[in-house]
Design a protein. Structure first.
Length: 227
């Protein structure tokens, strides 16, 4: 079997925002009026409390990784499956190729690898931080339309092209790095020369990853699928 860019086995953020409601005390002479008062004309309606996206720790991050039932049927889960690790020991983080500075502040990391053992491979890596500000400090990219489309996925995204590997010179690999809240993900798609691909395959896969992160951040089981 010829080696591919993905021939290795890859070992592969919950706070709720509070809204301060100011009570308006209506003073008056005589007895207190307990009846509700109509809102003054033109007064703005009170804003509803909107929960903040939760931070993804190890279990939530692992659930957000695309599973066998959410990726295109032509790709198969590599041996070992997807996995996430807490960052008590930064070894996993560094071995996944994240920058040392990022690893020093990460909460957890995870990754999953898919391939069809013939002409395609998909690698998804995630790293989560304690808050959006930290993730934004590390990555706030703005990709071109050719890289991430007219409606880019996530809060920030950018395209990149990993260097070809010596053992698979005829393979092409393209990636999108995307930040959604306090989570940053790298989505890499590789294919053999001559492989027929659906247009926008990488972008569709990246949107899938972002949707699953958003579901996990909302406290829901990630169910988004590309099938």
């Amino acid at each position: 079997m010829p080696r591919t860019p993905y021939s290795r086995t890859v070992g592969l953020a919950a706070s709720t925002a509070s809204v301060l409601l100011t009570s308006v005390l209506v003073g008056g002479c005589g007895a207190q009026d307990d009846a509700p008062h109509p809102a003054a004309e033109g007064a703005a309606a009170p804003k509803a409390s909107v929960p903040a996206a939760r931070v993804l720790h190890t279990a939530e991050l692992e659930a957000a990784l695309p599973n066998q039932f959410s990726i295109p049927a032509e790709l198969e889960l590599d041996m070992g499956g997807g996995q996430a690790w807490d960052n008590t020991d930064a070894t996993h983080c560094q071995s996944e190729g994240w920058l040392d500075e990022w690893c020093s502040e990460a909460l957890s990391v995870g990754s999953v690898l898919y391939k069809n053992y013939q002409d395609q491979g998909l690698l998804v890596r995630m790293i989560s931080f304690a808050d959006t500000a930290t993730a934004t400090r590390f990555f706030n990219g703005k990709g071109t339309v050719n890289e991430v489309g007219n409606n880019p996925p996530g809060d920030a995204s950018d395209g990149y092209e990993p260097e070809p590997t010596a053992d698979a010179p005829t393979w092409t690999t393209k990636g999108i790095i995307v930040r959604q809240g306090a989570v940053i993900a790298k989505v890499e798609h590789a294919w053999e020369a001559g492989t027929e691909l659906r247009p926008g395959t990488l972008l569709d896969l990246t949107k899938l990853v972002v949707l699953r992160i958003q579901q996990a951040q909302a406290g829901k089981p990630p169910t988004a699928s590309a099938r």
